[in-house]
Design a protein around this ligand. Sequence first.
Ligand code: 0GY
Length: 297
Amino acid sequence: MADRITSWHPSPSTPHFVPPPGAVDAHCHVFGPMAQFPFSPMAKYLPQDAGPDQLFALRDHLGFARNVIVQPSCHGTDNSATLNAIACSGGKARGVAVVNPTVSEGELAALNEGGIRGIRFNFLKRLVDNAPKNKFLDVAARLPEDWHVVIYFEADLLAELRSFLDAIPVPLVIDHMGRPDVSQGPDGPDLRAFRALLESREDIWFKPTCPDRLDAVKEGGRGDPWDNFADAVAPLLAEYPDRCIWGTDWPHPNMQDEIPDDGHLVDMIPRIAPTEELQRKLLVANPMKLYWPEQCE
Ligand code: 0GY
C-alpha cells in the first residue's frame, strides 16, 4: 500500500486578521477516518485521517464560524465521510458532493437532507481518470432546487471547457479561479480569460483561494507570503465583490512539500480584500447566499 500522506501543518499560527462574525471557510475537506470511511480504490493519493474534530478545532482556532466541506477525490463518489462531518457539525457545516452521473432523484434528495448544496466536477487529470462532460450535463439538469455546480480545472483547459460551462443550467462556483498562473500578474492571459468567463454570465462565483498551490516555489512561484498571488488576485475581488467566496483548502490534499500554515492563509484575506465591506461579502454574505440561503434576508 502507498504511504499515507500528511498534508497539513501540525500547529498553525494564530492569524493576525480577525474574520468577521459568522465567517465561513467555504472550501475545506475531511479525510476519513479511514477505518470508518475507506478511501476510494481509484484514489490518486492516500492521506492520513483528517476528520471532523480536527477540522472544527481549526475552524475555532482561525476564528471562523462555519465550514463548507467539499468532497475530495480520494473518497470518490462515496460521500459518507463528508456527510458524517456535516452531521457532526451541529448545523455549522454544509457540503458539496461528488456523484455518479446516474445518481437517482432519491439519492440527491438524501444528500440535500444531509446538508449538501452542490456537486463538484473535477477535471484535474492528476486527480481523476474520467470526466464525462455529457453525463455531467445530464446530472446538472436534475439537481435539487438552489443547488449549484463546483468546477475544478486548470487554466489551460478553460478554452476547451467554455461550451460545456456555458451549457450548465445552474450557478457555477470555480475552485481556485481555475488555477491561473499568478506570476503573469492581474492582466496576464490566464486571468484575462477567467474574467471573460465571469463576464459571460452573472451566476458564476469564484474562490480566490490556494495561494500555497498557485504561488508555490515548486511551481516557480514566490512561496509564503505569496506576493504574486496577492498582486494578481486582489483586483479580481475589487471587480467582482459579490461573486467571491473563500476557504482554507484544509487539509490541503497532496501538499506534502510546501505545507501551508493556515494562519498565514487567513492573513492573505486582508491583502486581497482590504475593506471591511469586502471582507464581509467574501466571508459571510456571499457564502451564506450559496449555502444557507434560507438564513439570508
Ligand atoms: C483542492 C485541491 C486538490 C485536490 C482535491 O479533490 C481533491 O482531491 O480537490 C488538488 O490536489 O489540487 O481543492 O482540494
